[in-house]
Design a protein around this ligand. Structure first.
Ligand code: ATP
Ligand code: MG
Ligand code: MG
Length: 428
């Protein structure tokens, strides 16, 4: 993919946008882009640099993403709405063509990595609540204030945001800016092999530095290797303030100006999208419900597979009905694709026998969540996973739900300690 029209090859120390940004190390990649940690010499801070492939269709997609990121940034001057901030964008000419580049605020690991880091055992409910509050704040903003549907919400597209500023606290963040190309990293400098050696060394150094912090606390900087995560026994997130932001606006659309019929990543896809019955903001709420379940249990809520005589879509619908009960007939037969999966009674054509296992029982029986907590959680999640899209609560309504507003035991302990300290102060 590093050819004409494809990715832009980046080396540590490479300057971008007239030298304002200096590449530090690779953070991630997608089908359309690579994402690099870069140092912004103008503001002395770290940023994430998303460098798009150069071919026309990728440039088009980047312009689309920039449109939605800009709208989100313009409406949130104080940057408190839990959506990743677009700082800048520009074109970069390279040997493979012109690449659109997005400069984003630098965030940490995705929730998917957090779930892996926790060895797929799920997070404590208080942590899930904190994360849900951020996601819902972001969705409420996108939906109600901007009229925007994210349409690809999933753990991978929600990134932790750290409370440490790596530019101000290089020791704790394990990051020291690289401001110049390392010796031999320039064209014609020390030759290819020396160049590779130095780069490898630098990469190792960066990795080691970040591995260090991740031993003490969950890394907010994308450094928890999977091998490392699985080799450690117990994971403790106690005392870590969970904040996160919604990223990846490559598939976003306006509610009143939709582009695609098939949206969302398979496992997080709402039933009305599968059936092609039309969609709105509530598709994001469905994905949110799936994501919240995954945070609690470490398992995907629905992981459909194609089987003998039926496809992935039909399996997906069957899994939904096994958890949520039979889909109301009117909804089942109401979509452009309904006839592919349902007969006129609203029964699946090829998967006839369903094993009903409702959410509250699943949480207790399979995931060993205490009865009372499971009941409360199911009461929060069940309306979000309503088959009828218009019956699903909005993000704003979810934020007001009792489950979101439980005062955690941990927090009240901390408050007690704090009030005792205050008392001491007064007495002292
Ligand atoms: P593509 O559209 O190219 O297929 P994508 O849309 O999935 O890819 P993103 O989700 O925006 O691309 O970014 C890919 C990865 O880069 C993320 O999963 C994450 O690891 C990393 N990343 C993206 N944005 C940031 C950021 N602001 N801070 C830190 N890392 C980031
Ligand atoms: Mg993504
Ligand atoms: Mg994308």
């Amino acid at each position: 993919s590093y050819r004409k029209g494809g990715y832009h090859a980046v080396r540590i120390g490479d300057p971008f946008s007239g030298g304002r940004y200096i590449a530090q190390r690779k953070l991630g990649w997608g089908q359309f882009s690579t994402v690099w940690l870069a140092y912004d010499t103008l503001t002395s801070s770290y940023v994430a640099l998303k460098i798009q492939k150069s071919a026309q269709q990728f440039a088009q997609a980047a312009l689309h993403e920039i449109e939605f990121l800009s709208a989100a940034a313009d409406g949130d001057v104080a940057n408190t709405k839990c959506v990743v901030r677009l700082i800048d964008h520009f074109k970069h000419a390279g040997p493979n063509g012109q690449h659109l580049c997005m400069v984003l605020e630098f965030l940490g690991d995705s929730l998917l990595r957090l779930i892996r880091y926790n060895r797929y055992k799920g997070l404590k409910l208080d942590k899930v609540r904190e994360i849900c509050r951020c996601i819902l704040t972001g969705l409420d903003y996108l939906h109600r204030e901007l009229g925007m549907i994210h349409s690809d919400l999933k753990p991978e597209n929600i990134l932790l945001s750290s409370t440490i500023d790596p530019a101000k606290d290089p020791v704790r963040s394990g990051l020291t800016p690289i401001l110049e190309k390392p010796e031999g990293n320039a064209n014609g400098g020390g030759g290819a092999s020396a160049m590779n050696l130095i780069e490898k060394k630098l990469k190792r150094r960066a990795k080691r530095a970040v591995a260090k912090i991740s031993e003490r606390r969950v890394s907010m900087y994308g450094a928890v290797g999977e091998e490392e995560a699985s080799s450690k026994s117990e994971r403790c997130l106690d005392g870590i303030d969970m904040r996160c932001k919604v990223v990846d606006f490559g598939n976003a659309c306006w509610a009143d100006k939709q582009f695609a019929e098939e949206i969302q990543t398979r496992q997080y896809r709402a039933p009305e999208v599968i059936l092609k019955s039309g969609y709105s903001f509530s598709v994001d709420m469905w994905s949110f419900g799936c994501t919240a379940f995954e945070l609690v249990t470490g398992d995907m809520l629905f992981a459909p597979k194609e089987g003998n005589g039926y496809g992935e879509d039909e399996d997906h619908l069957a899994l939904m009905m096994e958890l949520l009960g039979k889909m109301p007939r009117k909804i089942a037969i109401g979509g452009a694709k309904s006839k592919d999966y349902f007969d006129r009674h609203g029964d699946l054509k090829r998967i006839r026998r369903l094993k009903y296992w409702p959410l509250d029982r699943l949480l207790v029986d399979k995931y060993k969540i205490p009865e009372a907590e499971a009941k409360e959680l199911a009461e929060f999640l069940s309306p979000i996973l309503e088959f009828a899209p218009e019956k699903r609560p909005t993000a704003q309504q979810c934020l007001e739900h009792p489950w979101m507003n439980v005062v955690s035991t941990q927090k009240s302990n901390a408050d007690n300690v704090e009030s005792q300290m205050n008392n001491l102060h007064i007495k002292g």
